[in-house]
Design a protein around this ligand. Structure first.
Ligand code: 5GP
Length: 140
């Protein structure tokens, strides 16, 4: 787990607009917001991607996400929002330290735009894929 700019923000070496902090979590405003209030919720543990994060840090982030979302929406007077979490360069992750974007979606062009090229799940493919995932989960 190598250090990123987020570790330096968490440690106060780089300034940020902090909105929340506890023993395991740090949240601050995104420097390039998609909409006003765009917030990053970051575990202090410097795991690069979600699958590498400890259950303790994941639980700590999950516990506080709804509260931070409520606060951001109240502060921005917004009702709708997206929570985005990118993993890997192909999935648009620029900073390899797990983070959740909380992005208010005002009723205009601001906020997250989503390209959603939906396919169709065929029964046989679904059966095979579900069995494969269940088998992986059984490994622990
Ligand atoms: P990703 O594409 O990795 O999911 O998102 C990384 C986010 O971190 C981007 O939205 C980017 O604007 C934000 N970011 C990158 N560097 C800094 C910084 O130094 N300060 C703050 N506040 N946000 C940053």
């Amino acid at each position: 787990m190598s250090e990123t700019i987020f570790t330096r923000i968490i440690e106060g070496q780089i300034p940020s607009h902090r909105v929340y902090e506890d023993e395991k979590v740090f949240a601050f405003l995104d420097i390039a917001p998609l909409s006003p209030g765009h917030t990053l919720v970051v575990p202090k543990e410097p795991a690069a991607t979600l699958d590498a994060l400890s259950e303790e840090s994941a639980a700590a982030v999950g516990r506080v996400l709804p509260r931070i979302a409520r606060a951001v929406m109240a502060a921005t007077g917004t009702r709708d929002y997206n929570v985005l979490q990118n993993n890997g360069v192909a999935a648009h992750q620029a900073v390899p330290h797990v983070h959740f974007h909380v992005i208010p979606k005002p009723g205009d062009a601001r906020g997250l735009g989503i390209d959603w090229p939906a396919g169709r799940l065929e029964a046989e493919d679904g059966k095979r894929m579900a069995a494969a995932v269940v088998a992986e989960l059984a490994k622990g």
